[in-house]
Design a binder for this molecule. Structure first.
Ligand SMILES: Cc1cc2nc3c(=O)[nH]c(=O)nc-3n(C[C@H](O)[C@H](O)[C@H](O)COP(=O)(O)O)c2cc1C
Length: 393
């Protein structure tokens, strides 16, 4: 039974409304009017990326700012060979329940690689990227500690600066409510299509209430399934970092920093390990927090011609470029991945979403889908671990 059920209605109702649930809690501060300013140490990597003088450290200080699922930051950089970076997937930072095949983890690794390449170009260095130099992993299992890519630096002057470089430290995944019905610049959607093509991928943008309605419904349903499935809910619950101390200690996961949930957590009235149940008010209140996630100008999707491991990496490389292009245009983005996940309970949502987007999953499933538009409130940077913690020298 929920530990909150014995509380009295007015304060309890308000408390639960404020609490929301799961990943939605990340937006709690904006919803409650409380400050969501994170501890300075947790966001320091966004401030000092440019301070690195060594080229490989400069690349990595930017790469670690990449978007990645549940902010797991599943990367280790092996610098033992001069002039090279071996990107190793940190096997302790996978998401075995919501991402059982490690697909989303690889998308995040792809984004890491792309930011490293953009940062190298800023220093005039080209990069040759070899994916899975020690062999491509099986489609349904990501071995712990796999070498995801080797980046080899070119000679000084071998690259020119990438105009997207300046956007790396400005990029945010904004999880607050967006304006509805405001079209995006045509130049941006055209640039997105060009970027996807450059990686051999396809992209589309779904706008307008009629086309967005089924996507809103499917994303909501799939989130509900994720919340009701104890092992997937608990995977997220274990990654909740509640209050400045936990956020500063972990610098990853799902940050919850609004005053009310922190207070209630401190007095034992908020237990993230409590799984929502169908028919119970706990589920309704969690789902109420989903509403802002149905706002926006439309849904951007990105798919390949297949679901190969190399395609998943390329999707991450392309996705972060799409988001940097959006950032440059003043447009916000927020991935919604529940219906793209591979655990069996969301299979029907997976099929329904692909039908709604007009993508045949047999010829390349959607790798990323994000709502896009103009957020009503700006988002701050999300926590990052220090570069030193991910280096193997
Ligand atoms: C593969 C992938 C899947 C993601 N899926 C979701 C999602 O379903 N819901 C969500 O709120 N954010 C999602 N995100 C965004 C991450 O939560 C976000 O990148 C991370 O918390 C770091 O924040 P930042 O992008 O602002 O640096 C996803 C990101 C990636 C790369």
């Amino acid at each position: 039974m929920n530990s909150l059920t014995h509380q009295r209605p007015a304060s309890r109702r308000r408390f639960i409304r404020l609490l929301g649930g799961g990943m939605v809690l990340a937006a709690g501060g904006a919803l409650t009017g409380c400050s969501t300013a994170l501890p300075a140490a947790a966001v320091q990597p966004w401030q000092n990326a440019d301070a690195e003088s060594d080229p490989r450290r400069f690349m990595l200080a930017h790469a670690l700012l990449a978007p990645n699922p549940h902010n797991r930051q599943p990367w280790i950089a092996d610098l033992t060979e001069p002039g090279r970076i071996h990107l190793v997937c940190d096997g302790t930072r996978l998401l075995p329940e919501t991402d059982p095949f490690g697909r989303q983890i690889l998308v995040g690794c792809g984004a890491f690689v792309e930011l490293a390449v953009i940062a190298a170009a800023q220093r005039g260095l080209s990069v040759s990227v070899v994916s899975f130099p020690r062999g491509v992993p099986a489609p349904n299992e990501l071995p712990k500690g796999i070498r995801v890519a080797t980046l080899t630096l070119g000679a000084p002057g071998s690259a020119t600066a990438d105009p997207l470089f300046d956007q790396i430290v400005r990029r945010r995944t904004n999880k607050t409510a967006y304006v509805n019905d405001r079209p995006l610049p045509i130049a941006l959607t055209a640039a997105w299509a060009d970027t996807a093509r450059a990686f051999g991928l396809r992209t589309g943008f779904v706008a307008g209430d009629t086309a967005m309605a089924p996507i809103r419904r499917i994303t909501r349903e799939s989130y509900e399934i994720e919340c009701l499935t104890p092992r997937t809910w608990l995977e997220s619950a274990r990654l909740m970092r509640i209050g400045p101390d936990q956020i500063a200690a972990h610098r990853d996961g799902i940050s919850i920093n609004a005053t009310m949930p922190r207070l209630m957590y401190a007095v034992g009235m908020f237990d993230p390990m409590e799984v929502p149940e169908r028919g119970a008010s706990s589920l309704q209140r969690v789902m109420d927090r989903w509403t802002p996630f149905e706002t926006g100008s439309g849904y951007l999707w990105l798919a390949g011609e297949d679901n190969a491991r190399t395609t998943q990496l390329k999707a991450g490389r392309a996705y972060v470029r799409l988001q940097l292009q959006a950032t440059a245009a003043g447009v916000d983005m927020h991935p919604l991945s529940q219906a793209l996940q591979e655990f069996p309970e969301v299979r029907a949502s997976f099929e329904a979403l692909h039908r709604a987007l007009g993508v045949d999953p047999a010829s390349g499933p959607v790798q990323m889908m994000a709502r896009a538009g103009y957020a009503l409130a700006p988002a701050g940077p999300s926590p990052r671990r220090d570069l030193a913690s991910m280096l193997r020298a």
